[in-house]
Design a binder for this molecule. Structure first.
Ligand SMILES: CC(C)(COP(=O)(O)OP(=O)(O)OC[C@H]1O[C@@H](n2cnc3c(N)ncnc32)[C@H](O)[C@@H]1OP(=O)(O)O)[C@@H](O)C(=O)NCCC(=O)NCCSC(=O)CCC(=O)c1ccccc1C(=O)O
Length: 266
């Protein structure tokens, strides 16, 4: 497992002997993730799980523009994949499951755009706080991708069927006020208050019984845990799809800054 001192794509810190802050740190790529980023996120969440000081975890992005823009589409357009990883696997699904299984609440502090796989990350967090400048949405069908596991089915539990379908079929970006109205985030605050609000949430959680919180988190999850099986099916399909001509058309069009042409695949 990669050690925190070896992290290149994220940063990890424990504050007040009470909570961890994980920051995706690739601002030049809108904090999009590659294989290495996902490996480091997994290592950071496991470190937080094992650390007895840590009662809650805050997940955020570096800079003011992006929380996380999903998979690194430029890397995928250039190489067809997301780069080297420790295991040889691209472990995004394991990261999703880890955020759910970690018996400590995970708070997304959404500091900018949360789109594609980055949007899925915040949806999977137990709580989300948005900067008033944050924007939310999915992008997969534009760039030749989809998340037909937690990213669609669990999203529908959070915002309802019509809105989840609207998010995935229209691919618009929604502002923080709309996200709050839809129940997609718990709070909206000015950008300069975002991390303090997340710390306030984490401090409160740290003052309560960790065993009670752990049971409650597992209980909330139990109702949708079967979606992990759906995720296995969905990601097996996605592995095939992203390498197809249709899938690669989306990634190449993004990298070439042109609209994709999916008309041959209807
Ligand atoms: C995020 C945007 C909405 C921001 O728009 P805007 O504010 O107008 O800024 P831009 O000028 O567009 O972007 C600024 C700068 O950042 C670069 N950038 C943005 N996003 C990415 C990205 N995802 N990857 C790489 N680089 C990115 C952008 O190119 C600009 O750089 P310049 O050098 O200045 O040109 C908008 O940028 C946007 O829509 N971005 C793309 C979002 C997206 O499509 N994300 C990927 C969705 S798919 C996904 O995340 C799932 C991946 C996955 O889980 C998976 C799992 C297992 C197998 C396969 C996959 C899979 O591939 O799908």
């Amino acid at each position: 497992m990669i050690k925190p001192e070896e992290f290149t794509d994220i940063t990890y810190a424990v504050e007040e002997d009470a909570f961890a802050i994980i920051t995706i740190n690739r601002p030049d790529r809108f904090n999009s993730f590659r294989g290495r980023t996902v490996d480091e996120l997994i290592a950071a969440f496991k470190t937080a799980w094992a650390d007895k000081r840590v009662a809650a975890v805050i997940l955020t992005g570096a800079g003011e523009k992006a929380f996380c823009a999903g998979g690194d589409v430029k890397e995928r357009a250039e190489t067809g994949h997301y780069g080297e990883t420790e295991s040889g696997l691209f472990e995004i699904q394991a990261l999703h499951q880890l955020i759910r299984d970690l018996p400590k609440p995970v708070i997304a502090a959404v500091n900018g755009v949360a789109v594609g796989g980055g949007h899925v990350l915040h949806v999977l967090c137990d709580l989300s706080i948005a900067s008033s400048t944050a924007r939310f949405g999915q992008a997969g069908p534009r760039v030749g991708s989809f998340d037909a596991g937690y990213g669609s089915a669990y999203l529908a539990r959070v915002v309802g069927e019509k809105r989840a379908r609207q998010i995935w079929f229209l691919l618009d970006l929604y502002d923080a006020e709309t996200a709050e109205r839809w129940g997609l985030v718990n709070d909206v605050v000015p950008p300069d208050q975002l991390l303090d609000k997340a710390r306030e949430y984490a401090r409160k959680i740290a003052s309560y019984s960790p065993t009670a919180i752990r049971f409650l988190k597992h209980s909330f999850n139990a109702d949708t845990d079967h979606l992990a099986g759906l995720g296995n099916v969905a990601f097996a399909g996605l592995d095939l799809f992203v390498h197809s001509d249709e899938g690669m058309e989306g990634a190449k069009a993004f990298a070439e800054k042109r609209p994709p042409d999916f008309s041959p695949y209807r």
